[in-house]
Design a protein around this ligand. Structure first.
Ligand SMILES: Nc1ncnc2c1ncn2[C@@H]1O[C@H](COP(=O)(O)OP(=O)(O)OP(=O)(O)O)[C@@H](O)[C@H]1O
Ligand SMILES: [Mg+2]
Length: 379
């Protein structure tokens, strides 16, 4: 008998049925692509940027002939890595059109292209036999200009785009920006989760990409939308879940997409056909236990003072005034200057998130599971 796959995905994208809401953002991003407007997608981690990109690529390629390229820059360290990823992604759009693939290889023959085949899947992979010196900061522009001459339009998503600010080469941003602004056949989505770096790149007057894109901010999925999605997804598979249980999940995860998907995935895996709050608690405890060793690792990686502040933030959930006498005294955090220094280091390590914008700003532990786990420790 074929076992049913778990409908609550915790990585990647399957299809519309497994994807909750994001209608407004989907419409805006698709409209931008259809009108050759470049977009920037901002959100904290684990909110659903990558999933949303895959969702709109899947939708738009059903509507028209377009090549969609998804490029995750997270692991790239320099122009060389970027060029390889981009070239490989371009190459993979031509698998059935051999003549296009050959023409592409021929155009870049000076970069000594090597095509190999994944031993398991048989999928062709392209790499260049070049040293870092031979690939320079014009290489990306050369690849993008090549796409400009092709008949089919391209939608290109650069995920974790803030990574380019760490490259050792100079002027990467400026060269990319000046190439991109002249392209008619390619539309871009720049996505990233590092709030400070992304804001500096796209909203600072001094930076090349300033004001050059349409901005999309991805917030938490609305409570009632997620409620309906969770209920329907369980019910379609013969499960019944109470509204109290769903609210319990969403309160526990504070509505973060990844964490909500993860808890629902665990509940589904338990296999109980009737799901109440007790079932939910069981899945939550299972999840926290599973994270035990990695969370204890944090304890070894940060200082005692950082750990104490992190725990204090977890206990309070949201801290609006971290320098107030009350907060500092309650958790014995020392002086205001110490709290400032420690808070900055926790922000830099992405263990703490600072929510600002339209709401009143506050600090909280970035990862909701870590926050819930810390809340169960003694003060
Ligand atoms: N709208 C959605 N409905 C259901 N599941 C979703 C939705 N959006 C994202 N997910 C799932 O939630 C998880 C986290 O989403 P995703 O990886 O897209 O977040 P992200 O913002 O790109 O995270 P990161 O900042 O870590 O790269 C993934 O498992 C993804 O499949
Ligand atoms: Mg992502």
């Amino acid at each position: 008998m074929k076992t049913e796959h778990n409908p609550f995905i915790t990585k990647g994208y399957i299809d519309e049925e497994h994807f909750c809401d994001r209608k407004e953002e989907t419409d805006k991003l698709i409209k931008n692509i259809n009108n050759q407007i470049n977009s920037t997608l901002f959100s904290p981690r684990k909110m659903g940027k990558t999933g949303l990109i895959q969702h709109i690529f899947s939708k738009i390629s059903q509507q028209k002939e377009i090549n969609c390229l998804y490029i995750d820059l997270y692991a790239t360290q320099n122009i060389h890595d970027f060029t390889q990823l981009l070239a490989n992604a371009i190459f993979k759009t031509f698998p059935v059109k051999k003549s296009l693939a050959n023409k592409f290889l021929d155009t870049f023959k000076n970069w000594r292209p090597i095509v190999s085949f994944d031993p398991l899947t048989g999928v062709p992979e392209l790499s260049f036999d070049l040293t870092s010196q031979q690939i320079n900061n014009q290489s990306i522009s050369q690849l993008l200009k090549y796409l400009e001459k092709l008949d089919t339009p391209f939608a290109i998503a650069f995920d974790e785009f803030q990574q380019i600010t760490f490259y050792p080469e100079e002027n990467v941003e400026a060269i990319l920006r000046s190439t991109i602004q002249h392209l008619q056949n390619c539309t871009f989505i720049f996505s990233g989760s590092h709030a400070t770096l992304m804001h500096q790149m796209f909203m600072s007057v001094k930076r090349p990409f300033y004001n050059s894109t349409s901005n999309v901010f991805l917030n938490k999925i609305a409570h009632n939308e997620y409620q309906i999605f969770i209920k329907n997804t369980f019910e379609k598979r013969g499960f019944r879940i109470s509204i109290e249980a769903i609210d319990f999940i969403l309160n526990f995860t504070t509505g973060y997409t990844y964490h909500t998907q993860f808890i629902c995935n665990q509940i589904f895996s338990l296999g109980y056909k009737k799901i109440d709050t007790q079932t939910t608690i069981k899945a939550i405890l299972m999840t926290l236990d599973e994270h035990d060793s990695s969370f204890y690792q944090y304890r070894n990686l940060i200082t005692n003072a950082q750990w104490t502040l992190l725990k204090a933030l977890a206990k309070e959930e949201k801290v609006f005034m971290p320098y107030s006498k009350d907060f500092i005294q309650k958790y014995q955090l020392g002086t205001t200057a110490m709290v400032k220094r420690i808070l900055d280091s926790l922000l830099e390590k992405e263990l703490v998130y600072h929510t600002s914008g339209s709401e009143i700003s506050f600090y909280s532990v970035y990862d909701v599971f870590l926050m819930r786990w810390l809340q169960r420790l003694p003060v």
